[in-house]
Design a protein around this ligand. Sequence first.
Ligand code: GLN
Length: 192
Amino acid sequence: MLRAGVIAVQGDVAEHAAAIRRAADRHGESVEVEEIRTAGSVPDCDLLLMPGGESTTISRLLRDEGIDEEIRAHVADGDPLLATCAGLIVASRDAKDDRVATLDVLDVSVDRNAFGRQKDSFEAHLDITGLDEPFPAVFIRAPVIDEVGGDVEVLASVDGRPVAVQQGNVLGTSFHPELTEDSRLHGLAFFE
Ligand code: GLN
């Protein structure tokens, strides 16, 4: 039995939990999902997921609760982390915003809300490295990744700008993979 933790200070916690369960099912794994709001649980988790929301709020709450150090240790131990939208912003090296205390577990810099007004929210069928068929990706005031470190692989881009990246055990997306029934992205992050 694998233990999956969903950081639950904000965001689509239930949707991510459901997506992890569906992905585990497809891969023949059994998983127990825990919602994490306080320090002490992350060290027991095999998989970790950081949802979207508001990156300023999430990073502040993680720091106040002392969960930030636990996430860093999880990644340093080689255990998988999926960070989506604001989660990606928090996981990054640099969000170019003093109000976001980034965890620096993914060697990318991001621009918050960079798709601008016209493209505030949109859906795209994305070709993602590692998935056979295009993925229905929902973007909501999404960040753009504007710099990637040497160890970071770009898995998908929109208009030439990276929106899904992987660095070893950390996978980050600008979009919300939990908002459709398609759990292949969760499978890619955790079970492949
Ligand atoms: N715009 C948000 C931020 O900058 C992210 C949006 C999201 O997670 N859907 O934190």
